[in-house]
Design a protein around this ligand. Structure first.
Ligand code: GLY
Length: 369
């Protein structure tokens, strides 16, 4: 079992990472919250359909459990879903010493997190992330939000969880699309912070690089927990340094500036976050090449890795101006000035302000097929 402690302004909390940790759920809940309060599980129909019975059996050994089950998908990360959670909390007569347990991926975590932050001015919150993205990124660091008017994460707040319980065992039931979604974020960690993370993933695929089902080798290997741990450790250190995303935490947005605008223009239901980030990373690499930081050989190497990891290499929607226009809604655009995370070299990220619009446009055009 690995555990990482994060110290933030208002809270110090632990992330436990272990296979089959959920068996001991009640011990961790007791350690943090005692025996008071009900456990209110917020999950979605897909993941709760698979694990709901087990989770319910385990928790109800020691706690009263209530359930709020949401529709599955990014398009449900909205104010209507939030209202649904609030009305269920009112039905349950929920109190601040009850515990919201978000059980699912980033959509569940971000939405349940925002509900926990705001209902009764703040409830207890545990994240139990069940996708790669939520285990290595979204559950950590207190960003909670819903989308509004097709703008990603525009309504939200910082609210650190009280505890995170991460079990890589849940990743074994992900479909390929969701694995690819997570690999986009893993590649981000590898390029920005530690390339060994990408090598570790490629090692799990080993000799099966041409096997159609190769990506399942990654999540089915217990060694994948170590890769999850490496990413979590990086994220935890960054959150400790810059909880409110004013400086170093921006680095986690490598590939996200254009990525978010692709999600907005193409639609949350047509491209998932990891795919959009994967293409955003290619644009950021092209911009880094234009500025003379990286070279074409570097990009070719990354494209070869994309092939193995089945990451998308092209934008299929061609309206460049719409994509450019959507960039202005990015939270990193301040007073009309853009901010891009680029690479001066491998694992040497740099925050670049006010990049020439033609360079941005070319990077998008370059990646359209
Ligand atoms: N997902 C980026 C961050 O937490 O800052």
């Amino acid at each position: 079992m690995k555990s990482i402690e994060i110290k933030t302004l208002n809270r110090k909390y632990k992330i436990y990472i272990k296979n089959n940790i959920t068996e001991s759920f009640c011990d961790y809940i007791k350690e943090n919250f005692g025996k008071n309060g009900n456990i209110i599980v917020v999950s979605n129909e897909r993941i709760y359909g698979i694990y709901g019975k087990i989770i319910k059996d385990i928790i109800s050994r020691e706690y009263k459990i209530k359930e709020i089950i949401l529709n599955d998908g990014e398009k449900y990360k909205n104010i209507d879903t939030l209202k649904y959670i609030y009305s269920k909390l009112v039905d349950f007569n929920a109190h601040r010493n009850d515990v919201i347990l978000s059980f699912g991926g980033g959509v569940v975590g971000d939405t349940a997190g925002f509900a926990a932050a705001t209902f009764g001015r703040g409830m207890n919150l545990i994240h139990c992330p069940t996708t790669i993205i939520s285990q290595i990124d979204s559950s950590i660091g207190g960003k909670t939000a819903v989308n509004f008017e097709k703008i990603k994460n525009i309504i939200g707040c910082f609210y650190q969880p009280h505890l995170i319980i991460t079990d890589p065992e849940f990743l074994k039931t992900l479909d390929e699309k969701e694995i690819i979604n997570g690999l986009g974020e893993i590649v981000k960690y590898g390029l920005v912070f530690d390339f060994q993370i990408i090598n570790d993933v490629l090692n799990l695929i080993g000799d099966f690089k041409n096997d159609e089902n190769r990506l399942f080798n990654i999540v089915n290997n217990t060694e994948f927990g170590k890769i999850i741990y490496k990413c979590v450790k990086i994220k935890a250190e960054i959150v400790e340094k810059d909880e409110f995303d004013l400086n170093e935490r921006n680095l986690l947005n490598f590939g996200h500036t254009i990525g978010h605008s692709l999600e907005k223009t193409i639609g949350f239901d047509k491209i998932n976050h990891g795919q959009a980030v994967a293409i955003g990373i290619l644009c950021a690499i092209d911009i880094s090449v234009s500025l003379g930081y990286l070279n074409e050989k570097f990009k070719k190497k990354i494209l070869d890795i994309y092939d193995i990891l089945k990451l998308p290499k092209f934008i299929t929607k061609t309206d460049v101006d719409e994509i450019l226009n959507a960039l202005k809604f990015d939270k990193k655009f301040i007073s009309g000035k853009n901010k891009f995370i680029l690479l001066e070299d491998l694992n040497k990220p740099v925050i670049y302000n006010n990049l020439d619009e033609d360079i941005i446009k070319n990077s998008i055009v370059n990646n359209i097929k």
